[in-house]
Design a protein around this ligand. Structure first.
Ligand SMILES: [Zn+2]
Length: 120
């Protein structure tokens, strides 16, 4: 189960970053192409952090769409399942993904000092 190994990596990174502070929540950006199932991820997170210093920390996932950018005309568009990897505007095959493959820890909310980030 690929979510468990993702959560183990996340937990290790969060533990390193938080030190002795209590973690209330973490925020993670997940690209659509990572094929992470949010429910499976939430379940895996609960399992991985149980009885650790991160027990009780909330996992907040933000899903990022896969975006295809054209190297020829500069257009970019959200990648749809039916459209393939050609530019939607000019039809060029010279394209690359400008987002969609992220798996990024963007913020950690801790409870006991001013180091809060990721609040709207
Ligand atoms: Zn194009």
């Amino acid at each position: 189960m690929h979510e468990v190994s993702l959560c183990r990596s996340l937990a290790a990174a969060v533990t390193r970053a938080a030190g002795t502070r209590r973690v209330e929540a973490i925020h993670v950006n997940v690209g659509q192409l990572r094929q992470v199932v949010p429910e499976a991820m939430a379940h895996a997170w609960t399992f991985v952090v149980r009885d650790t210093e991160l027990d009780g920390a909330a996992l907040n996932l933000t899903s990022l769409p896969a975006v295809l950018a054209c190297d020829e005309c500069g257009a970019s568009a959200e990648l749809g399942p039916e459209l393939g990897f050609a530019c939607h505007t000019c039809g060029s095959a010279q394209t690359h993904l400008s987002s969609g493959e992220e798996f990024t820890l963007t913020a950690i909310d801790v409870s006991d000092d001013g180091d809060r980030r990721g609040e709207p």
